[in-house]
Design a binder for this molecule. Structure first.
Ligand SMILES: [Zn+2]
Length: 444
């Protein structure tokens, strides 16, 4: 069994190449739930969304439940370690990779239903998911490149994916029995858990201080990649509050941090460095963006000017593997401003199709745009290449050569993009053009 604490120590101290850590991280997404013992009474089940579990005198206290399909495997892994009943399950937040596996904890044979505890905003999140199931299924399909079959699998269902797509939030997810607003202290079987609310990745986060083990259970507030604080397809995120939460955690001087993604890590100095560095990067992004907003600068200028130093993005816990600083800047703009980006032509803009038609006419035809898009892509300017390919395709959607260009530009962009979010969106654009090409050449 991998010693996760030793692995994270070596990665953070620069002794282990990032590639090894990446391999360990990739293993999380492959559906196998594996229990790692941290000490006699603390364990972590690694899954897509880990489950952190404490043994107490009154039973087990668990944090998070994984995705719907992973729930049974997580419970099984815990059962090989302890047969005590689940006393309390805390949701660190309401994302489906944290609450989806809850039915397996309810169904755990021979035991009463455990108590579920969460921040009160989890209830609002569940309600929002139920009114936007279709949007969330579509957005996550783009974000992760999921196929309809994957959605079925994640919902723990079988059947025909073309006719019965499951709801984004599984119907049988366990509702919280106890909610709180700012702080909640739970004393369970001789162990005290101090639950703290924080906004950051979401508005419903709980991070927990466990003094007995000098441990922070961080949820997604610590996640071994650039903070997921700019997601282009999701609701508002809170970088300033996120940084403040990390500072509060650091002030407790924990000896161990147990996150819901990535590796657990130990050692006061190491923890102070990681939490402090992530907090300062977020604070700096907010400060730079707001300072420019206060000069009246438009979003376009702010996106070009606000930067995170490259040496920070090279740190193993700040790589833009999932989200990107550019997306976070847009989120800060949205948090403090409105959706108007400062360009008057975009306040009440032309339809995409009329703009594409006009530009195409001025360029002398869609093929001119398509050829130039290829040249730009070959030179590495994928931002401009994408725009020209998009205009050409909107002006001449039935042209196979132009669809081929659009496909190739987005496929190149997909392969060059470091973030999961960008990769997913470009991949789905390339797939759209591939489907359109198939329809044009085969007639279906
Ligand atoms: Zn998560």
């Amino acid at each position: 069994m991998t010693d996760l604490i030793a692995l994270s120590r070596d990665v953070l101290d620069g002794r282990t190449p990032l590639a090894m850590f990446e391999r360990a991280r990739k293993g999380e997404g492959q559906g196998r739930s594996r229990l790692h013992v941290i000490n006699e009474d603390v364990a972590v089940v690694h899954s897509f969304g880990h489950c952190v579990v404490f043994r107490t005198g009154e039973g087990l206290v668990a944090f998070d439940t994984g995705v719907r399909a992973a729930g049974p495997g997580i419970v099984k892994a815990i059962r090989e370690w302890s047969d005590l009943p689940f006393h309390t399950i805390v949701y660190t937040h309401g994302h489906v990779d944290h609450v989806g596996g809850s039915p397996a904890f309810v169904a755990d044979a021979g035991h009463a239903r455990p108590r579920f505890v969460a921040h009160e905003n989890v209830l609002g999140r569940f309600a929002r998911y139920r009114t936007t199931q279709g949007y969330n299924a579509a957005a996550n399909t783009r974000q992760f490149g999921w196929l309809p079959e994957t959605l079925l699998h994640l919902a723990g269902k079988t059947g025909d994916a073309t006719t019965t797509l499951p709801p984004f939030l599984p119907e049988d997810v366990a509702e919280p029995d106890v909610t709180y607003r700012d702080r909640l202290t739970l004393d369970i079987g001789g162990v005290t858990f101090e639950l703290h609310h924080a906004k950051g990745e979401t508005d419903d986060h709980t991070w927990t201080w466990v003094p007995k083990y000098s441990t922070v259970v961080s949820g997604d507030l610590v996640k071994w990649s650039f903070p997921n604080c700019g997601n282009p397809q999701k609701v508002q995120r809170y970088p300033g509050d996120w940084a403040a939460a990390l500072r509060t955690m650091a002030a407790l001087e924990p000896d161990l941090v147990l996150p819901a993604h990535g590796l657990p890590f130990a050692g006061r100095d190491r923890i102070r460095t990681v939490l402090g560095t992530v907090a300062s990067v977020l604070e700096d992004l907010v400060e730079q963006t707001v300072a420019l907003m206060n000069t009246g600068a438009p979003l376009d200028e702010i996106l070009a000017k606000v930067q995170v130093p490259p040496e920070k993005l090279a740190l193993p816990y700040l790589t833009p593997a999932y989200d990107a600083p550019e997306f976070v800047v847009r989120n800060i703009w949205r948090l403090y401003g409105g959706w108007y980006d400062g360009n008057p032509a975009r306040l009440q803009p032309p339809r995409d199709a009329s703009l594409a038609e006009e530009v195409t006419r001025l360029a002398g035809g869609a093929h001119t745009l398509s050829v130039r898009a290829r040249e730009l892509a070959a030179s590495g300017d994928l931002r401009l290449a994408s725009q020209l390919a998009e205009w050409a395709s909107q002006a001449a959607p039935e042209d196979t050569e132009i669809q081929q260009t659009r496909h190739d530009v987005y496929a190149q962009r997909r392969d060059a993009e470091p973030t999961v979010m960008g990769t997913g969106i470009y991949a789905s654009a390339a797939a759209e053009s591939a489907a359109q090409l198939k329809r044009l050449t085969t007639g279906w």
